[in-house]
Design a protein around this ligand. Structure first.
Ligand SMILES: [Zn+2]
Length: 416
């Protein structure tokens, strides 16, 4: 199918990464930075140029577009989704992408800052990329493969179908979102307008990677109240909330249940913010596990521990509030097994081995899944993201294009 296809994914990617689309967590606007629209406008124009007439960007910077069905069957509408913004952690302005053709397996020294060296020792996946064409930044910025690799893959999929009317598929929706990196990627998405049944984000790493599972997440706010008094006349009266908080934090488990002591499928409780004075301290925790019921266990544990500590300080008291943040998308995807079945078959049809993975975090897909659009995550080849050592293999991006073209066709084949 792809033997005589001229992939456009690399050429597109090299152009998109040169457009600065960094998002800003401190901004109150939507999108958080107006420059994200610079790329979104380019995408709309390119979609129109290949004949996708309904492509448009809304006031919040979301791009919506549809590839019409060419099938007689009733095919569920699927959506491919990627984010246009890059992480605030590292500069995204003046990105100079460099193609390292036929990568030789050695260290890659980035020319604009020769202290920046991408080594297979630090990035073992690079070992497998020998002979492929690797794209990096030049040493002073991130590359932006997260997630412009996903954007370029979807654009090339669109290009493929618009130039090859023979392969059958249902309606395919395209969605590009702003502000994913600052956690606001789906705040203003219009799922009614999108009108898709199932979605896939293109935002995972290694070739073959497939994520249909994320953490479940709660936030806990603990407020410790002490009793303040003039320190010169405080004997027998003062109860210092700061000291109570200190003892409580010190009593947290040292060897388990923290991000620094867990991996794979283990969950944790994690203090992320502290703010206070003698009279009152507010502690913020995040609680994470793949099994939602475990969040309750961890919260009960924290609450009990807090009660024990508070009891040691007569006069002190505490409040404990839990707020749901997001849930493991697998809870939703389990109801629609075909979403993952077809995706895995598509990866295999592209000649790639499936690597099922769990995201130790949340994704826009987990929020979309609970908003009514079941939405696992498919590989693009983006690696070492959010930093100057970010890289992507052109051949990985091409395999990602093949995967989602096959995926749209499998949905059509399995429909009646
Ligand atoms: Zn991303």
């Amino acid at each position: 199918m792809f033997d005589d296809y001229q992939f456009t994914v690399a050429e597109k990617f090299l152009r998109y990464v040169q457009i600065d689309t960094q998002s800003d967590p401190l901004s109150k606007t939507q999108p958080s930075t107006a420059k994200q629209k610079d790329l979104s406008m380019v995408l709309v124009q390119e979609l129109k140029d290949i004949g996708i007439v309904d492509a448009h960007m809304d006031e919040y910077g979301y791009v919506y577009a549809s590839i019409p069905s060419n099938s007689e069957k009733q095919v569920p509408v699927i959506c491919f989704c990627a984010h246009v913004d890059t992480a605030p952690d590292c500069s995204g302005s003046g990105v100079k992408p460099i193609v390292h053709n036929n990568y030789d397996g050695g260290d890659i020294v980035l020319p604009d800052d020769i202290t920046q060296i991408i080594t297979p020792a630090e990035h073992p996946y690079l070992e497998q990329k020998r002979g492929e064409d690797i794209i990096t930044a030049s040493g002073t910025t991130l590359l932006g493969a997260d997630d412009k690799a996903g954007v370029a893959v979807i654009m090339d999929m669109a290009n493929y179908f618009m130039h090859h009317p023979e392969p059958k598929h249902g309606t395919i929706k395209i969605l590009f979102t702003p502000d994913e990196e600052i956690g606001r990627g789906v705040d203003r998405v219009d799922l009614k307008k999108l009108a898709a049944d199932f979605g896939y984000t293109l935002d995972a790493g290694e070739r073959g990677a497939y994520e249909d599972e994320t953490f479940s997440a709660d936030g806990v706010t603990i407020t410790i109240h002490g009793i303040s008094a003039h320190p010169g006349y405080a004997k027998g009266k003062l109860v210092n909330a700061i000291k109570v908080a200190g003892v409580f934090l010190d009593s947290l488990p040292k060897d388990i249940l923290s991000p620094e002591t867990t991996e794979n499928r283990q969950g944790f409780v994690h203090p992320v913010h502290i703010d206070g004075i003698t009279e009152k301290v507010v502690l913020q925790f995040i609680i994470r596990d793949f099994i939602t019921a475990k969040l309750n266990e961890y919260e009960d544990f924290l609450k009990e521990l807090l009660g024990e500590i508070i009891a040691r300080f007569p006069g002190a008291r505490a409040e404990f509030a839990v707020k749901e943040q997001y849930r493991n998308m697998k809870e939703i995807l389990n109801r629609f097994p075909q979403v993952s079945d077809y995706a895995k078959q598509a990866i295999q049809r592209a000649g790639v081995k499936v690597m099922a993975m769990s995201a130790r975090g949340g994704t826009d897909g987990s929020r979309l899944s609970f908003m009514g659009l079941p939405c696992p995550n498919i590989f693009t080849g983006e690696m070492a993201f959010h930093g100057k050592h970010e890289y992507v293999s052109i051949q990985d991006m091409q395999k990602s294009v093949e995967t989602i073209v096959h995926l749209a066709m499998i949905w059509e084949e399995r429909s009646k």
